[in-house]
Design a protein around this ligand. Sequence first.
Ligand SMILES: [Fe+2]
Length: 251
Amino acid sequence: MDARESGAKKLAHLNIAELEQVILNQGMVLLRGFDPSSDEQMVAFAKKLGPLLAWDFGYVLDLKINQQPQNHIFSQGKVELHWDGAFAGATPRFNFFQCLQSSAMSGGGETTFVNTCRLLESCSSQQLQQYQDKVIRYFAEKKAHYGGAIEEPLISPHPATKRQRMRFIEPFNEDNMAVNPVETQVQGMSSSQGDAFLRELIAHLYDSDSFYAHQWTQGDYLLVDNHAMLHGRHRFQGEGLTRHLKRVHIL
Ligand SMILES: [Fe+2]
């Protein structure tokens, strides 16, 4: 949605029921051309879509690249595909981002997305058969604000739309081996069979038409259906990383 076309400059003027429907139908919505928001304004707007998930840092996460990161989301490396809240008690329905400063000059750092509902709807029956009934166990050490062990079916119904969606955390991320690696185990498979299955799945996710890499422009807002989408980040390139995002989790 472009504010320059709709005539609305303020997030507060958007029709929330309509916006929610678009997020659920499309997986994500980019809002461009709107006025910037303070943390308080972001929180106030997000609360119209639902209660917010409170982390130990509060509601608004500052995503700035850090020299000695505790978690690789603050590093320069690739972030594996995942959904937010996997290791938390509650899974947010929506991720709400605001871009305060882009890093388009240094390149890389695009936020990566896979619309897993669309992906599954375009799968061959052979692929679907492979994915059906798989259960994956994930383990990540809690270093920053998430970690633990969970077990999730690869395919499950979206809690709101009931479309089939995929829950997956991408292992084998070379950029994350030292900081916060994710270990996986596919139930009922040997570790070599499981790893081969996962590598094929990862290639499918990145190659599919449902994959999208978002290059941030200052002022962008993104609202993402966290139950339908997976997200990650391409590795940053070059020097002078200036990207600054804010993120709020809506329950
Ligand atoms: Fe995330």
